[in-house]
Design a protein around this ligand. Structure first.
Ligand code: M6R
Length: 361
């Protein structure tokens, strides 16, 4: 069942180029995005995205996309807070619930809270027969295939792809993306599985870095813009399977507290493609290096050229449009966590105290 891999997680990481290509193919036909017609974003006032854990980080990433591509006001919340807060929800809005299992108790309760308050309940799910899918007006499958490892990997990248397609379609309907621009975006998205394959060939280098990280007690992940939610995701992945304490921060928050943690024993993983925010992130990274933090810079060739001096390690990924970076950069984050766990000898697929599907609150 593990198809020759040592763990389901390794298999599921490796499957990402294939399942992502399937998901993209399912939703894109003839240069158009193929979504149910009732998904009309044109005059919508607001979008509310709700989920738990890794799925909530997919939602946080999507907020950047919905705002920048579609100019759509977008709120994101974790389900366990949302459900008890009695948040007001405008009638002219959609609520989107993201869940791999489709059975997460808090996410389902949040969905039931939103029912009758919003125009449409939409879910982005992996298990198409799940409670969350059944109770939605529109259930969009992510087509990742069965995910066994407790640490979510391929479901995350497929959630991101489906949410990005939703944001692109919202942008088109709201007159912010014309046909030519949409075609460009879709072409770039279609090239992503290939870039993922290239990234996976870097696994031996990533494993060597992970083995060094496995010695640490605390690890920080930093990112700016849409790489910030990925910093949170990288930290979650590392802590849940390797039991190393890890935190994700927005790079700009460094000075507001976490920089106090930095010393020569603390690896700091900096997720920084050479995008418009790169220089800002690099200046935060230099503050870390000035305090002898061990920086692992994950960037592209241009970024490495400009900023690898003084880092502990630099991992170079293929260049790609900034919009797609959160999806591609998820892979080294997952591989770092996986190989750190393997180096520590923990139970990768069934980490202590965790369940694949959290059906009690
Ligand atoms: O099945 P769901 O997507 O609703 O699950 C949500 C979280 O429980 C899940 O993402 C959890 O955080 C994973 N173990 C993360 O790897």
């Amino acid at each position: 069942e593990k198809a020759g891999y040592k763990h389901f997680m390794a298999k599921e990481i490796a499957e990402q180029p294939i399942v992502l290509a399937d998901a993209i193919k399912h939703y894109c036909r003839g240069g158009k995005i193929n979504l149910p017609e009732e998904l009309d974003f044109a005059t919508l006032d607001r979008l509310t995205l709700v989920a738990c854990g890794t799925a909530s980080y997919a939602c946080m990433t999507a907020k950047y996309w919905f705002e920048s591509l579609a100019g759509l006001n977008c709120e994101v919340d974790i389900a366990s807070e949302f459900r008890y807060r009695e948040p007001p929800l405008p009638q002219n809005s959609f609520a989107i619930f993201v869940s791999q299992s489709g059975e997460t108790a808090d996410t389902l309760a949040a969905l039931r809270y939103a029912r009758d308050k919003v125009a449409k309940i939409v879910s982005v799910v992996n298990v198409a027969t799940s409670s969350i899918a059944r109770e939605s007006d529109i259930a969009l499958p992510i087509l990742a295939g069965v995910e066994v490892g407790v640490a979510s990997t391929k479901a995350f990248t497929c959630q991101l792809a489906v949410l990005l397609l939703l944001a692109l379609e919202a942008g088109r309907q709201r007159g912010r993306i014309d046909d030519a621009a949409l075609a460009e975006h879709l072409k770039a998205l279609a090239s992503l599985p290939g870039l993922m394959n290239q990234t996976l060939t870097r696994e031996p280098t990533i494993a060597a870095t992970a083995a060094a990280i496995a010695e640490a007690q605390d690890v920080l992940f930093l990112g700016r813009g849409a790489m910030f939610p990925l910093a949170l995701e990288g930290a979650l992945k590392l802590k849940e399977i390797s039991y190393i304490h890890a935190e994700g921060y927005a790079s700009g928050e460094l000075k507001h507290g976490p920089i106090a943690l930095i010393d020569k024993a603390v690896p700091v993983i900096v997720l920084a493609p050479r995008d418009a925010l790169f220089d800002k992130t690099v200046s935060n990274m230099q503050e870390v290096m000035a305090r002898h933090g061990k920086v692992v810079l994950i960037t592209d060739a241009k970024g490495a050229d400009e900023a690898s001096y003084g880092t502990w390690k630099t991992l170079t990924l293929p260049e790609l449009p900034a919009l797609l970076a959160p999806i591609l950069y998820a892979l080294p984050a997952q591989l770092l966590a996986y190989h750190a766990a393997v180096a520590k000898g923990t139970d990768v697929d069934q980490p202590r105290n965790l369940a694949k599907s959290v059906t009690v609150e």
